[in-house]
Design a protein around this ligand. Structure first.
Ligand code: SAM
Length: 303
């Protein structure tokens, strides 16, 4: 098993290997796809106890059941899994690729399926760095492997990247609770519940309405909070603006908002607010083309 810093997340639900329950038959056993799980020696959370555990990873070292790049999940057979578990993996993709991976989760999940995702919480990390006056190579926390620096959390565990020489151990993006929530909702997940851990964020993202999994978790409602109504409204408004910028019509967006559970009057109001915002602050696609002379002299990264 590869060396890895202790997970940043502190799940209160505990962990256990996914060994079959006595009453489980091959036909009724639930299936969880562990994306970027690295090795089955890293246990799954206890709520997957008794489930069939399929490990997916790009690294052959941990003998995954599916040796593949998670960005290709969309090409797998749809609706196969009751759950996707993805711990400390989403930050290993460029942001647009992480979105593609999320599309893959949605694709392989059954209609009542759920994705359980954990990532470092960059909002907490940035706050701690600023409030404690830390530098990049200062220790953020101690793990069983030794000190984990700010750089390790932002860019990936340096020792492992150096030792392995492979790029997929590097971190290529980061998330806050709100940005992870936005990504999941804008990629079709109907209900997203968020919980903060120590320097980490965990979500349960339900493909559709809350399925039996929520009951299975027991105490779910007390332990996990949906975003507040204000945050959801902000989220939906952002969604509407993004869709407008992508060229969707107000009517289509209104339909999308209704599908996401907004009431009719709220959907209409959000679309009208989004139109005002869109007009006031045009997105990248609305920019007038640069005059050729200026374009020739500009630095390609300065835009
Ligand atoms: C930090 S480890 C997380 C391991 C485990 N899930 C945990 O929480 O401890 C990140 C894992 O993501 C895997 N990974 C990175 N890029 C990947 C990709 N494109 N497709 C599939 N797995 C990938 C790595 O091989 C590694 O096993």
């Amino acid at each position: 098993m590869m060396e890895m810093p202790e997970p940043l997340v502190n799940p209160t639900m505990g962990t256990t290997p996914a060994t079959p329950r006595a009453d489980a038959t091959p036909a009724n056993r639930k299936k969880v796809l562990n994306v970027g799980g690295n090795s089955k020696e890293i246990p799954l959370p206890a709520h997957f106890h008794g489930w069939e555990h399929l490990l997916l990873d790009i690294d052959p070292a941990g003998h995954p059941d599916l040796l593949c790049d998670a960005r290709t999940l969309i090409a797998q057979e749809p609706g196969q899994f009751d759950a996707v578990y993805c711990s400390h993996n989403l930050e290993h993709y460029y942001y647009h690729d992480a979105a593609q991976v999320i599309d893959g989760f949605w694709h392989v999940l059954k209609e009542d399926g759920v994705a359980h995702i954990c990532v470092p919480d960059m909002a907490q990390v940035m706050q701690l760095v600023v409030s404690s006056g830390l530098d990049m190579d200062d220790t953020l926390y101690q793990s069983h492997l030794g000190p984990i620096t700010v750089r390790d959390v932002v860019y990936g565990y340096g020792q492992q990247i150096e030792r392995s020489g492979v790029d997929f151990f590097a971190h290529k993006t980061g998330f806050t609770p709100a940005s992870l929530y936005r990504l999941l909702v804008s990629h079709g997940f109907a209900r997203v519940f968020v919980r903060l851990g120590h320097l980490a964020v965990e979500v349960f993202a339900f493909k559709n309405a809350l399925g039996g999994f929520a009951d299975h978790l027991g105490g779910f409602a007390e332990m996990w909070v949906p975003f507040t109504p204000e945050q959801i409204v902000t989220q939906l408004l952002n969604f509407a603006v993004i869709r407008l910028r992508a060229g969707a019509s107000p009517e289509t967006i209104e339909q999308d908002l209704l599908q996401k559970g907004a009431q009719e009057a709220v959907a209409k109001l959000l679309v009208s607010q989004a139109l005002v915002r869109h007009a006031a602050k045009p997105g990248l696609t609305d920019r007038p083309p640069r005059p050729p002379a200026a374009a020739a002299n500009c630095c390609p990264l300065s835009d």
